[in-house]
Design a protein around this ligand. Structure first.
Ligand code: FNR
Length: 182
C-alpha cells in the first residue's frame, strides 16, 4: 500500500518558491510515498459561526481529504517571522470541530524556505508549536532552506546539493511515517 501524503504549501502566488519546493520534494520522495499538493487558498477564514451542520463545502472537502491521508508535509514560507495566515487558517480549519480534529496523531514534517539567510526558521518553529498543541508527531529533522531563490536549476528541479538534502528529508519522512503510523 502506498503511503498517502498530503502536501500543504503556505503561499498562494503562482511563482511561489514554496510551491516549487513542494513539487521538487514530491518528485524526490521514495517510491512508497504517493504525495499530492492540496490547495488551501479557497478555505474561508475560520469562523466558529460557520461550524453548523453544513459548514463551508471547502472546509468539509479539506477535512475529508486530510482525514484520509497517512501523513502531511508542510512546506512553509516565512511571513513576518511566522507562517503565512493562509497556512495557519488551514491548520485551524482542520483542528475543529472540537473532538474531530483531523490532525491528532497524524505524522507530519515541516520544511521551510526563504530567499533570506535564515530559511524560514521562525515560521518553521511557529508551525511546530501549533502542531505540538494538536498532537501531531512532527519529524524532528531540521529543514530550513535559505537562499531558496538560488536553489533551483529548473522550475521544479533543485540544484544537486539541495536535491541531495531534499532526498534525505523525504527518506527520513517515509521512515518517520512508518514508525509513527496511528
Ligand atoms: C515576507 N518575506 C519574509 N522572508 C523572511 O525570511 N522572513 C520574514 O519574516 C518575511 N516576511 C515576509 C512577510 C510578507 C507579508 C511577505 C509577502 C514576504 C519574504 C518571503 O520569504 C518571500 O517573499 C518568499 O518568496 C515567499 O514565499 P513564496 O511565495 O516564494 O513561497
Amino acid at each position: 500500500m502506498p503511503i498517502d501524503v498530503v502536501v500543504l504549501t503556505g503561499s498562494l502566488r503562482k511563482a511561489s518558491y514554496s510551491r516549487r519546493l513542494a513539487h521538487a520534494l514530491i518528485g524526490l520522495a521514495p517510491p512508497q510515498i504517493q504525495a499530492e499538493v492540496v490547495e488551501i487558498g479557497e478555505l474561508a477564514f475560520y469562523n466558529q459561526d460557520l461550524e453548523t451542520e453544513s459548514p463551508p463545502a471547502a472546509w468539509t472537502a479539506f477535512r475529508d481529504r486530510l482525514r484520509r491521508a497517512d501523513a502531511v508535509l508542510f512546506v512553509t514560507p516565512e511571513y513576518n517571522r511566522s507562517m503565512s495566515a493562509v497556512l495557519k487558517n488551514a491548520v485551524d480549519v482542520g483542528s475543529r470541530p472540537i473532538g474531530k480534529s483531523i490532525w491528532s496523531g497524524k505524522p507530519a514534517a515541516v520544511v521551510s524556505s526563504s530567499p533570506g539567510a535564515i530559511g524560514g526558521f521562525a515560521a518553521n518553529h511557529h508551525l511546530r508549536q501549533s502542531l505540538a498543541a494538536l498532537g501531531v508527531p512532527t519529524m524532528p529533522m531540521e529543514a530550513y532552506l535559505g537562499g531558496i531563490d538560488k536553489l533551483f536549476e529548473a522550475e521544479q528541479t533543485l540544484v544537486p546539493k539541495t536535491q541531495e538534502f531534499a532526498t534525505k528529508i523525504m527518506q527520513s519522512f517515509a521512515r518517520w511515517i512508518e514508525r509513527n503510523a496511528p
